[in-house]
Design a protein around this ligand. Structure first.
Ligand SMILES: *[C@@H]1O[C@H](CO)[C@@H](O)[C@H](O)[C@H]1NC(C)=O
Ligand SMILES: *[C@@H]1O[C@H](CO)[C@@H](O)[C@H](O)[C@H]1NC(C)=O
Ligand SMILES: *[C@@H]1O[C@H](CO)[C@@H](O)[C@H](O)[C@H]1NC(C)=O
Length: 263
C-alpha cells in the first residue's frame, strides 16, 4: 500500500492545466470503474498503477489515482479487513532465523470434534494461534462438527466474513442483517453447498437431521473472534443486571434468571 500511495501523491502534485478537468474527471471515473472490474488485485490503486505503468499514461495517472484516492476514501468500509501483509509473513520479518516450515502447517482437521456438549456442535479453529505463519495474512479456517440436531448457536465474528462449505450431511443456516431491517436470510444446505455469512452479522447453523454433519469454513481474518449471543448476554462475568436484561428482552426478572441459569 505504501509505495503506490507515495506514487499517487506524487502524481497528485503534478499541475492541473486542463481547463476541462471536470469533463476529464467524468471520463476517468468511468475508466476507473473499468479498472476496478477487471482488476485481479484486492488493492485497486496498485492495479491501476500497474495498468498505467504499462500504458505509460502519466497525465492520465494523476487524475485516475486522484480519483482512486477519493473513491477509496468514500468506500473505505469495503476495504476494511486485517492490515495488508507487510512481507512474506510477519513471523518471517520478526525472527527470520527461527522460522521453520511447521510455522505454516497444521495437522488433524480430518478428526471429528467432540460434540458431546449442550449444543451438540464443536468448532475446531485453525487460526493464527494454531498456525503462527498466518500472522498478518488475513485468513483462517475452521472445521465444524454437528451431532444429530446439533446447533452452532447464533454468534458473530467481529473481524471476519465467513464462507462455509458442507462436506457431509445437511445444515439449516441463516444470518440476520443489521438494524432497522433485521432481515433473516435462511436456507437449507446439502453436501457441497456453499454459504456466506457477512462480517459482523449474527448467524447460526443447525443440523436438523438424524445423521452427523461436517462443514469447513474460511474466515477473512487471522483471528476472526467469536461472540456467541447467548453466552455474551446471559453468561457474562460479572452478570449484566436483571433490570437491564428484563427491559431489553421485554420479560420478567424471573425469566432472565431462568435463562441465565443455563449459561
Ligand atoms: C490478471 O489475470 C489475467 C488472467 O488470469 C492474466 O492474464 C494477467 O496477467 C493478470 N494481470 C495481473 C496484473 O496479474
Ligand atoms: C467428549 O466430551 C465429553 C464431555 O466433555 C467427555 O466426557 C468425553 O470423554 C469426550 N469424548 C472424547 C472421545 O474425548
Ligand atoms: C426440522 O425438521 C422438522 C422435520 O422435518 C421440521 O418439522 C422442522 O420445521 C424443522 N425445523 C426447522 C427449524 O426448520
Amino acid at each position: 500500500m505504501a509505495y503506490p500511495l507515495v506514487l499517487s501523491l506524487k502524481y497528485l502534485l503534478l499541475p492541473w492545466t486542463d481547463s476541462t478537468a471536470c469533463a476529464v474527471q467524468m471520463n476517468t471515473l468511468r475508466d476507473l470503474k473499468m479498472f476496478y472490474k477487471y482488476s485481479n488485485s484486492s488493492n485497486p490503486i496498485y492495479s491501476i498503477k500497474q495498468h498505467l505503468v504499462q500504458t505509460k499514461s502519466m497525465e492520465m495517472a494523476s487524475r485516475i489515482i486522484f480519483l482512486a484516492l477519493v473513491a477509496l476514501a468514500s468506500t473505505s468500509p469495503a476495504m476494511a479487513s486485517d492490515p495488508n501483509q507487510l512481507g512474506d509473513s510477519m513471523r518471517i520479518q520478526q525472527d527470520a532465523q527461527m522460522v521453520t516450515v511447521d510455522d505454516f502447517f497444521f495437522s488433524g482437521l480430518d478428526k471429528p470434534g467432540n460434540t458431546s456438549n449442550a449444543v451438540g456442535s464443536k468448532v475446531t479453529p485453525v487460526s493464527v494461534a494454531q498456525i503462527p505463519g498466518l500472522n498478518t495474512l488475513g485468513i483462517s479456517l475452521v472445521r465444524i462438527d454437528y451431532a444429530p440436531f446439533g446447533l452452532n448457536p447464533p454468534h458473530t465474528h467481529p473481524r471476519a466474513t465467513e464462507v462455509l462449505v458442507v462436506l457431509k450431511g445437511a445444515l439449516l443456516v441463516g444470518f440476520v442483517t443489521s438494524n432497522p431491517e433485521n432481515k433473516h436470510h435462511t436456507k437449507v444446505l446439502n453436501k457441497g453447498d456453499v454459504f456466506v455469512f457477512p462480517q459482523g452479522l449474527i448467524h447460526y447453523q443447525y443440523n436438523n437431521w438424524t445423521t452427523n454433519s461436517v462443514a469447513i469454513a474460511g474466515l477473512s481474518s487471522q483471528n476472526p473472534g467469536v461472540i456467541t449471543v447467548g453466552n455474551a448476554i446471559f453468561g457474562s462475568t460479572p452478570p449484566i443486571s436483571d433490570d437491564v436484561l428484563a427491559k431489553a428482552f421485554h420479560v420478567s426478572k424471573e425469566t432472565v434468571d431462568a435463562i441465565r441459569a443455563k449459561f
